[in-house]
Design a protein around this ligand. Sequence first.
Ligand code: PBG
Length: 327
Amino acid sequence: MGGMDKPVIRPRRLRRTPALRRLVNETTLRPSQLVLPVFVREGLTEPRPISSMPGVVQHTRESLKRSAAEAAELGLGGIMLFGVPEVRDERGSGAVDPEGILNVGIADVVAEVGDALPVMTDLCLDEFTSHGHCGLLAADGSVDNDATLEVYADMAVAQAAAGAAVVGPSGMMDGQVAVVREALDRAGHHDVVILAYSAKYASAFYGPFREAVDSALLGDRRTYQQDPGNALVGVREVLLDIEEGADLVMVKPALAYLDVIRRVRDVVDVPVAAYNISGEYAMVEAAAANGWLDREPAILETLTSIRRAGADVILTYWAAEAAHLLD
Ligand code: PBG
């Protein structure tokens, strides 16, 4: 008898032309979804290259302003500022000093771009402490959660006073979002947004960042950052931060934690950011420099994968370049 043979199912039909591929594209990547992290270093007269992050520099106050103006012109989603002070102490005093490098950098950038580009700040003590930890140390050398919260509150107010539109508590202290929200509100900064680094893992991929900020850290951050094997606690920390008042939440790093990004995206009703961190940047740059990868497609594929996993916003050192590539 023999009826018709079963037809071959042909998914390739939808891939035949660029126009068909565009029609069925699921994942957008736009400059407005990208945030550029930048470093400003006290006392520099020339931008200083960071050898472990080719193409990224420690900015002078002047070159920082130019970078911010460019980011605004490119229509990026924002700029995230890190400060590198000349002098550090046990309490990270430079973080709360209005004349501290991060706070003057914020004011410089805000004067340059106004509200055209959301100016975001890393709210953490590790760049400012002589021991390199994200908080204050207790007598036994452990990181003292609640003593640290008091400094974070002052740091948030100092950053808001300097003009920050968004503060990013990244020290992984318990209760940090609630304390920062309360301090901001008490000082009248009701409109300042909190981007909480909620699910932040103790990662080997932060390596190049330690050079970028001349980190003094000996040891590790495993008593406050999360264990790489644990996804549930990532979701738990995100939900806690939302309860405490986070406006956006972040998963960090991105590439080794794409599953955590997806889990978080599936359960929250706030925007989710992911940080494509220094080591993820350095891996691609190093391989491309060796001729082992085609650099530009690798950059776009990396960012697309983070968006596909569920990130609404990506912090990436490639933000400006990706905006040009997407043009
Ligand atoms: C903490 C902070 C770190 C990074 C961003 N904020 C370092 C750390 O937690 O150890 C890392 C970013 C990167 O690696 O690109 N201030």
